[in-house]
Design a protein around this ligand. Structure first.
Ligand SMILES: [Zn+2]
Length: 84
C-alpha cells in the first residue's frame, strides 16, 4: 500500500517556517501535512476548509435532500432555503 504525497506549493511549515517543504497526503479519512525539513506532522479531518491547492479529483458530496423532503411539514416560506 502506497500513500501519495505531494508538495503543497507555497505552504510554510508552522514549526520551522520552511517554505515549499511541506507535503500532504490522505490516509484513513484524514489529511496529513508533513514537513520534510523538520519532520513536523499535522493531521486534520477532511472537512470544512476547501483548499485552493487541492485538485477536485475525488471530492465527495453527501446528498440528503430526499430525507429533507420527507420532513417538509412546516409551511414557512420565509425560511432560508438557499443552500450554500
Ligand atoms: Zn518544518
Amino acid at each position: 500500500m502506497s500513500i501519495k504525497k505531494r508538495f503543497i506549493a507555497g505552504a510554510t511549515c508552522p514549526q520551522c517556517k520552511a517554505q515549499d517543504r511541506t507535503v500532504m497526503y490522505h490516509s484513513e479519512g484524514k489529511d496529513y501535512r508533513e514537513c520534510i525539513a523538520c519532520g513536523f506532522i499535522e493531521a486534520r479531518l477532511f472537512d470544512s476548509q476547501p483548499q485552493e491547492l487541492e485538485t477536485r479529483g475525488n471530492r465527495q458530496e453527501p446528498q440528503r435532500q430526499s430525507e429533507i423532503q420527507v420532513l417538509h411539514f412546516t409551511p414557512n416560506p420565509s425560511k432560508d432555503d438557499s443552500d450554500a
